[in-house]
Design a protein. Structure first.
Lengths: 220, 220
DNA sequence: CCATAATATGACCACCTGGTCATATTATGC
DNA sequence: GCATAATATGACCAGGTGGTCATATTATGG
């Protein structure tokens, strides 16, 4: 189903971990700060202390480097999401949503640059094979949420007079936007998430889930 | 409050309307298709049939051209929003939301390139004075929605046990994301908005507003 | 210790960018 | 019809890009 992205060369994989991770970290920073087009490989080699030619022995070209970074990102996301859901597996649908939000918050805290790259991939048009990349990371939560919503409808936890796709859409919109707002304060419509302490942040998450529940629960 | 963006020169303003609009249209297309950085002025002059030097007699530089385009965009948005809200002024809060959504849908239908540029400005980092530009167009609906939500709470139409900023945030998230999904199908989480006919689209809007209302209305 | 293979290097390339400016063309007012 | 000002033009520039490649360095294993 998913096409293969050109992998890094063996030369790169066999590099000492320290060097490999240094190059990766610098490249992630560069792409996060400048986007795909404006990111400069000259900068990457300069700042990671390797020669231009070496970079081209590690990756086929600029795309190859970028795809490798995105592959690392999807691996991190899937690991985080699976861990969160495993813990909340037996809980209510809306409790699971809460777990996903928290996994997202923690992810942004620990990997802000990766999240920035993700946002760029989603909203910029000049990233190579963008739609394929986006679907790689978005298909996962969506395919998970779809069946969950339908099950919720059958079980009477979610009103059955609306298109299940609409339920998925609204939940996805709220969650994704909440994380965007957490990562990019100018998107938070005055919520000021980044200024909140742990407890206030928890309240905000609870409120959001609560409104979603009230909106999606069968209406009297 | 708002800083002044460098305007086009008189020379540009005095141009025959046909020529002026041709240049503007080509530039809008170029920025929409490629984003600020990758957009090529060489392309703009080639495709609009003017000389490179002429462009620099019309605008100070690349930024000047871009700011002018964004100014045109905000003018269009404000006109559309004001028209929509004027018609729904006496209606219920949620009816007004519906009017705003429809104004957005119509805007995207008539000005897809402008909307694409807006998305880029919001989500790209390498646009000059981005936050200022974003606030120019986002402050408007947000400042409008804030008081409206608070009034709704006082009047008992919206539950008063939640932070009004959270109400604004959720409404804004749903509406903005709905329009993003309409403009960029790969963001629609399977809703397939672009494949819907007028009637189905209307149903989707009504459902979304309905869920928002149920979520925000005072809870029994 | 040496031959061979793997890796590292940075000068170099063609290309494209935003921006300039001397010159040519056109419009204006007398 | 002429002088002057306004506008139009495109060759040209410095700077940066992704990408290449002949050469230098290091590792390997016999």
């Amino acid at each position: 189903m998913l096409a293969i992205l050109p992998p890094p060369t063996n030369t790169f994989c066999n590099l000492p971990a320290e060097k490999r991770e240094r190059i990766l970290a610098v490249a992630v920073e560069e792409f996060a700060a400048n986007g795909y087009q404006k990111a400069s490989l000259n900068n990457v080699v300069k700042r990671s202390g390797i020669a231009k030619g070496s970079l081209y022995q590690y990756f086929e070209n600029k795309e190859g480097l970028f795809f490798h970074i995105f592959e690392c990102f999807t691996d991190l996301v899937k690991a985080a999401a699976n861990a969160a859901l495993a813990q909340a597996a037996k809980d209510d649908f809306f409790v699971q949503l809460e777990a996903i939000v928290w996994a997202g918050i923690r992810f942004i805290d620990t990997h802000p640059d990766y999240f920035q790259i993700y946002l760029r991939v989603v909203f910029e048009q000049d990233v190579p094979r963008r739609e394929e990349l986006v679907s790689r990371v978005r298909l996962f939560p969506l395919e998970y949420m779809g069946p969950l919503c339908e099950a919720g409808q059958r079980a009477g936890a979610i009103r059955d007079d609306i298109d299940p796709a609409m339920a998925v859409f609204l939940v996805d919109a709220a969650l994704e936007r909440f994380l965007q707002a957490y990562a990019k304060p100018y998107l938070d419509s005055g919520l000021r998430l980044k200024e909140k302490n742990e407890r206030q942040l928890r309240d905000a998450v609870v409120t959001m889930i609560d409104v979603l529940r009230a909106g999606l629960v069968p209406q009297g």
